[in-house]
Write a protein that binds this ligand. Structure first.
Ligand code: ADP
Ligand code: MG
Length: 240
């Protein structure tokens, strides 16, 4: 039984087809990578799964239930959380307060939200920055904050949009270790990731997108040998 089932999903923005007939499934506890060139429709796919956008065609199912038309807060309460490619913490608020915003998806009790937020901050290694202003965090710390905010909603499925994107090389391994640790707790994860080394390292399966379409869905070792994936994304250098 799949946790998430995306079937025949198409999304247009004016003349642009951001997703075209996209079909794939995520099983409970799986860690799946999503790769593809810029503009391939990766972030839009997350928007469609989490209710931020609605598809023109196709369905999104969670545990077999059709959630295609649900709002983001409803999807969140069903156990799906996501991070955004463009980080947008509230800079004037503390790290803890930012994460509490996530926790309020789950509870309206301030004390319970604070506890959930503290637990999430501890899980991402930011407990010592709880009272710091979010505006003063480094890029790597802001990535962790974004993760904590998602975790505080209590997800079963976590969608990460370029969690290592835009951070310096020295910060990447710590973030990758964190993703692996989260996966080890039983969370299902879908990670949009450009660093193929990271994908090869952590993903059990990889979905490759090109111009909104799924061009491959296979284990990493097969993905990197797929001629179409090499042509549109990995390039000749990788083949060599
Ligand atoms: P990726 O995350 O793979 O880089 P996106 O999902 O962000 O790709 O974008 C896919 C395509 O859809 C791009 O051509 C992008 O310009 C377009 N697009 C995405 N969101 C919008 C939007 N809200 N309005 C108009 N076009 C959009
Ligand atoms: Mg994107």
């Amino acid at each position: 039984m799949s946790l998430l089932a995306v079937a025949g999903v198409t999304k247009r923005f004016g003349g642009v087809v951001a997703n075209r007939d996209v079909t794939f499934e995520i099983r409970p506890g799986e860690l799946v990578g999503v790769i593809g060139p810029n503009g391939a429709g990766k972030s839009t796919l997350f928007d469609l799964i989490t209710g931020f956008e609605r598809p023109d065609a196709g369905t999104v199912r969670l545990d077999g239930r059709d959630v295609t038309r649900l709002r983001p807060d409803e999807i969140s309460r069903l156990g799906v959380a996501r991070t955004f490619q463009k980080l947008r913490p509230f800079p004037g608020m503390t790290t803890l307060e930012n994460v509490m915003i996530g926790a309020f998806q789950k509870t309206s009790d301030v004390g319970a939200a604070r506890e959930a937020a503290r637990a999430a901050l501890a899980a991402v290694g930011l407990a010592d920055r709880a009272d710091a202003h979010a505006g003063g965090l480094s890029t790597g710390q802001r990535k962790r904050l974004e993760l904590a905010r998602a975790l505080a909603t209590g997800p079963r499925l976590l969608l990460l949009d370029e969690v290592t994107g835009g951070v310096d090389q020295a910060t990447v391994p710590g973030l990758v270790r964190l993703v692996r640790d989260l996966h080890a707790t039983g969370l299902a994860l879908v990670v949009i990731e450009h660093n193929m080394r990271v994908i090869m390292d952590i993903a059990q399966r990889v979905v490759a997108l090109q111009l909104g379409e799924v061009i491959a869905d296979a284990p990493p070792a097969e993905i990197v040998r797929d001629p179409r994936v090499i042509d549109v994304y990995l390039g000749e250098a990788w083949r060599a």
